[in-house]
Design a protein around this ligand. Structure first.
Ligand SMILES: *Cc1c(COP(=O)(O)O)cnc(C)c1O
Length: 493
């Protein structure tokens, strides 16, 4: 029959058994193994059993790493969007767990025993903090903006007047002109990139104008020959024409950041924008506020009420877990407001990181460095620069005690990769010929896990994970051996 020296493919069961434990659900593993075996069969080049097992293990490890999991943030970027922005406070985390675990009075009035208003208490707390008539919560700040634009820009009034200097892009996929378009609004640009005057707005407003939108430039800064009207002046223009002024504050802040850390610049505060006459403001829950992903809308109750009655609101409304975490976060601010001495919450990680004591950060760096003695790496503690991230205060830099690692063998990039692929994954910065870890964004209770991850990373390039039955029968190179990304053992189940 067949004359080619084709090796027979092993049974699925035999392969599954050889693969050993994995955190992945069995059907996911079975599917990957089937696909891979089919590919080997189709290619006609059937590798040895050991090669197959090694290659499958590497593939499954790659897949398992894509699962959402905690990481250690050594980047020095506090509200790192790719790493989930602001960590929650202990009380917010507890509130979230409690709400998740059982039932809650999410939309139930305990007084009357009837259906209640979703998030009414949270909304009243937010309104109080923002010094607004009313407030509400949607999924994120982008959703808040879409809801506002969709609601106000309709029928014959579709134009949204905005300065050319504010047609910005924030992070991946948030471009102000595109958001406007998707919400059915028509962009009416005024002024120039660097200068926009009150008269520019006046001239642009007509019977088709729905609102004036002001967007905080967030992640970029213009300098030099720059001018834009104050919120007060813009609110005056809006009032003259009988249209609302809406301000997208981006991160927004409920407190003066300079009180937390004196070197930080002022971020626009929701209260100030509303006091200056904005009809509505929106801002993110998970940037400077230090809460969960959410978009907060605050301002005049006629407008907030109308937004809540808009059919789109239903599609964008917040989830109970978010409400629970946000409620605890917002209560932290309200508790703090009662304590005149400080005025800002003392339990929000993102604020803690901003005002962290440098001596304490250096002490921690020293202790970690000590724990690494004897490993094949040079560790020199130094100072780097931390940033806020999340498009907030792009120029602000905080002195950031840093562990600077230089491995005796292998490259810096290789070390950074091994740290990323470890358990827990550690995200470092490669700069100045060092693999750097910023203590400011490493939570104090993560030091032990960090030390363990660093030790594991220096335990040598991982050879094949346990369960390997020996050398490849054919002596061919085992896929994913040495320090290739695929060679990291599966995390424990
Ligand atoms: C970050 C930002 C947004 C987007 O906020 P999300 O909560 O991530 O949707 C919108 N507008 C501005 C000005 C921002 O800085």
């Amino acid at each position: 029959m067949s004359s080619a020296p084709q090796r027979a493919l092993p049974s699925l069961d035999r392969l599954l058994q050889a693969l050993g434990p994995s955190p992945l659900p069995r059907p996911v593993i079975v599917r990957r193994v089937r696909e891979q075996v089919a590919a080997w069969r189709a290619s006609g080049a059937v590798p040895s059993f050991d090669t197959m097992v090694a290659s499958l293990r590497a593939d499954l490890a790659r897949l398992a790493r894509g699962r959402l999991q905690p990481v250690i943030n050594g980047t020095g970027i506090l509200a790192h969007t790719n790493l989930g922005r602001s960590p929650l406070s202990a009380s917010a985390t507890r509130a979230l767990l409690d709400a998740a675990h059982g039932y809650s009075n999410l939309e139930f009035d305990l007084e009357s025993g009837q259906r209640g208003q979703r998030g009414a208490y949270l909304e009243s707390c937010l309104a109080q903090l923002c010094e607004a008539e009313a407030a509400t919560v949607v999924n994120n700040c982008a959703a808040a903006l879409v809801l506002i634009l969709h609601h106000f820009a309709r029928e014959t009034r579709r134009e949204v007047v905005i300065s050319r200097g504010e047609l910005i892009q924030i992070g991946g996929g948030f471009r102000v002109p595109e958001i406007l378009e998707s919400a059915g609004a028509v962009l009416r640009e005024v002024g120039t990139t660097n200068r926009t005057h009150v008269e520019d707005y006046h001239r642009a407003i007509g019977p088709r104008t729905a609102l004036i939108l002001r967007v905080h430039p967030s992640n970029f800064v213009m300098e030099g020959f720059v001018e834009s009207p104050s919120t007060t002046a813009l609110a005056g223009v809006a009032r003259d024409h009988g249209i609302p002024l809406v301000e997208d504050l981006g991160s927004g802040a409920l407190i003066d950041l300079a009180k937390v850390e004196e070197t930080l610049p002022r971020e626009p505060q929701a209260q100030e924008a509303l006091r200056a006459g904005a009809a509505l403001v929106c801002f993110s829950g998970d940037k400077l506020l230090g809460g969960p992903q959410a978009g907060i809308i605050a301002g005049q109750s006629v407008h907030v009420g109308a937004l809540k009655r808009d059919p789109l609101f239903r599609a964008l409304r917040g989830d109970k877990l978010v409400f629970a975490a946000l409620q605890a976060t917002v209560e932290s601010y309200l508790h703090a407001a009662a304590r005149r001495d400080v005025g800002f919450p003392a339990d929000l990680p993102v604020l803690d990181m901003m005002r962290a004591d440098l001596r304490e950060l250096r002490r921690r760096a020293g202790r970690i460095a000590e724990a690494l003695l004897g490993l094949p790496v040079e560790v020199d503690p130094g100072d780097g620069e931390a940033r806020i991230g999340g498009g907030v205060c792009p120029r602000a830099r905080l002195v950031s005690p840093t562990l600077r690692l230089k491995p005796r063998e292998g490259t810096i990039d290789d070390l950074a990769a091994r740290l990323r692929l470890g358990q827990p994954p550690v995200i470092a910065v490669v700069a100045e010929d060092r693999c750097q870890l910023h203590l400011r964004t490493i939570l104090p209770d993560q030091d032990a896990a960090l030390i363990a991850a660093l030790r594991a990373a220096f335990a040598g390039p991982s050879t094949e994970p346990g369960g390997s039955t020996g050398e490849s029968e054919t002596g061919e190179a085992v896929a994913g051996s040495k320090s290739a990304p695929g060679s990291v053992p599966l995390p424990p189940p």
